[in-house]
Design a protein around this ligand. Sequence first.
Ligand code: SF4
Length: 451
Amino acid sequence: MDFQCVHSLKQDTIMAKTFYINTLGCKVNQYESDNLSCILENAGLKRVSDKEKADVVVVNTCTVTHKASTQSRQALRQAIKAHQGALVLATGCYAQSEPEALKGIKGVSFVVDNTQRHLIPRIIEKESPRKTAESLTGEIRSFQEFLTPDIPVPGARSRPFLKIQDGCNAFCTYCIVPYTRGPSRSMPWASAIGHVTSLISQGFGEVVLTGIHLGYYGQDLEPKTDLVSLLAELDTRLDKGRIRLSSIEPKEVSQGLLDLMARSERLCPHLHLPLQSGDTGILQRMNRPYTAEYFSDLVHDVRRALPEAGIGVDVLVGFPGETDETFRNTLTLIERLPVSYLHVFPYSQREGTPAAKYPNQVAPDVLAKRTKVLRELGGLKRLAFHAGTMGKTLEVCVEGRKDEKTGLHKGVARNYVPVLFSAPFPPVRSSLVRVKVEKLTPKGRVTGSLA
Ligand code: SF4
């Protein structure tokens, strides 16, 4: 398909240039990089996978943790070193929260925050490398725009992301995101439907709906709508393919969503739920709107409604004031819950958030120990869940490349279990195939063969 992106540039104006995009952080950032790449390629630029060969380097930064900020600065320095004459631009959430920090890196020509990112193609078209960086910044707290490409941008993924929501109004006390992404806003209903149906009709077996706070979808639209209504509409319209939610807040998992997931062939039975802490006192100080008991009941409800669903849980370890006892509450809660995997993040003090000033910040060695304990528990949960797929036949979305170690084809099941499989012929990338699960590798990876 010949893509024509919104904000497209005049063909041939920048024909000779090559570009490289380095993306850090979340699925939303990845989607936005894909979108930029599409605009640039449409204007005649050539994307290269080697930054040494790029005339233009864009680093799409992240600042969700201290480590992410460090990695973003490193990525910029590496790009500058790799190609001295390149036009280097920094954008993304770190560019939003601390543009001056990035402007100060010698060799960066432009720092473009999230409110101004639509200007990047024009900058690349018109500008040359600068000795002193210029920053293009705006006010994110009142930013209401949701830039929607004219047609969907699948990027290079076998299961494309589609950003249908941006921003967050929740202000959890540890989180920098509302300050870097602004208030919640949604892709218009018709565009969301059009983009999903178009991607599926192009042959993508799965589309992953992403956002910063997906459960807010539609609250800002006129007329107001919601995520479950959108999913129900997609369920009615699609006659093939499947949709996955990237994550959803515990309070936004309604009975309506569970019922739809249980009956729909189009909606993957997979919920990725941010728990953050299993201690109600800590949750309150995080400004999370639920208790540990509520979360526990929710997971049991999900398991009852969707016996085979993948249930992933985010945990934030070492929030200020987390004691051995409150950490144990988290550990005990998760041990008892029928979840499939954990994503464990050590707490990172983000300047500008309320929690950065809270007393009793947890010492780094304690943080590391607790993170390790929870990650080990996550490994056991994953193993048990994978073992439960034995002998079953799973619908798998095919990835483009083979697993290097085993030489088997790779794919992802409806419940988010990664599957390795043999096939008598190379399966079509992004298609849905059926795989009979035969065994687990010693490391707990699920393997099987085409059914
Ligand atoms: S819900 Fe909380 S953790 Fe998630 S993006 Fe919003 S403020 Fe951050």
